[in-house]
Write a protein that binds this ligand. Structure first.
Ligand code: ADP
Ligand code: MG
Length: 266
């Protein structure tokens, strides 16, 4: 009998590769700004399809860490490994490595960073032409599919300024997805939004997580961290102070530092 339990997700759209092999590894990441140690030996490994939330007090190094992953602000030392791409943070990446990185890793920021002088469709299409060499026609077709996926097909011809913050953030997600990344990084994607607009962005992220995308999400949304992510990492003072299954970490933190932080945000 061919019984498929209903917990099996049949709609995984992203290639899962070898199931237990990490798709992203951050190894011994250290970063100093002058004498100030901002990241102190951070190690994180993500399996394909895993969704990991990073939480922690302001100034704990969460944004700095994401910026090391995509080399927007390389670390002082450590390695980032994405499939066969191995980046030594202490050495400037080659142009080829940067291109491979830009294709593999999509990033969504707190501020949406859309091009204000281009239509929504153009915002999503242009990077595909530039980075993937897609024709305008193919890029537009893919853009419309992705805008539909984030519920914004009807905004294709608008300018970003005519869209709400929640819509702009969903466009930014579509734009990142258009490059067919293996991993998506999010840095507090809802913190600039009113709560109800944040919810529509979180719904898109939840759908993305369900579809099998590998995601590393810095967030202050405890509900998202607990219910959507597989694992939670708590950072403080540049270190991982606690990590584990989401519910366990959020409900039963062990360290005093984590307890204090969670008490403050709940
Ligand atoms: P989080 O995202 O967890 O709030 P950040 O990664 O933004 O924390 O910052 C971590 C620490 O690094 C903070 O103490 C911050 O002041 C410092 N920092 C971040 N960017 C810079 C910079 N460009 N120059 C100097 N210090 C910085
Ligand atoms: Mg930050």
């Amino acid at each position: 009998m061919n019984h498929i339990p209903d917990t099996v997700n049949l709609s995984r759209m992203h290639p899962v590769g070898e199931p237990d092999k990490p798709i992203l590894r951050l190894e011994a990441i250290r970063k100093k700004f002058g004498e100030h140690v901002v990241l102190d030996d951070v190690n994180i490994s993500l399996k394909s399809g895993e969704v990991v939330a990073i939480i922690g007090p302001s100034g704990s190094g969460k944004s700095t860490l994401l910026r090391c992953v995509n080399m927007l602000g390389p670390a002082t030392s450590g390695r980032v490994v994405i499939g066969d791409l191995v980046i030594d943070e202490a050495v400037p990446p080659t142009a080829q490595q940067l291109t491979q990185l830009r294709r593999s890793v999509g990033m969504v920021f707190q501020s949406f960073n859309l091009f204000p002088h281009m239509s929504v469709l153009r915002n999503v299409s242009l990077p595909q032409e530039r980075v993937l060499g897609r024709s305008r026609k193919d890029a537009n077709k893919r853009s419309l599919e992705l805008l539909a996926r984030v519920g914004l097909e009807d905004k294709a011809d608008q300018y970003p300024a005519r869209c709400s913050g929640g819509q702009q953030q969903r466009i930014a997600i579509a734009r990142a997805l258009a490059l067919e990344p293996q991993i998506m990084l999010f840095d507090e994607p809802t913190s600039a939004l009113d709560p109800e607009l944040g919810l529509e962005v979180l719904a898109v992220m939840q759908e993305l997580a369900r579809s099998g995308m590998t995601m590393l999400v810095v967030t202050h949304e405890m509900n998202f961290a607990e219910t959507v992510s597989d694992r939670v990492i708590i950072m403080a003072d540049g270190k991982i102070i606690e990590e584990g299954a989401s519910r366990e970490v959020i409900r039963n933190p062990t360290s005093d530092r984590a307890k204090r932080f969670l008490k403050a945000v709940k």
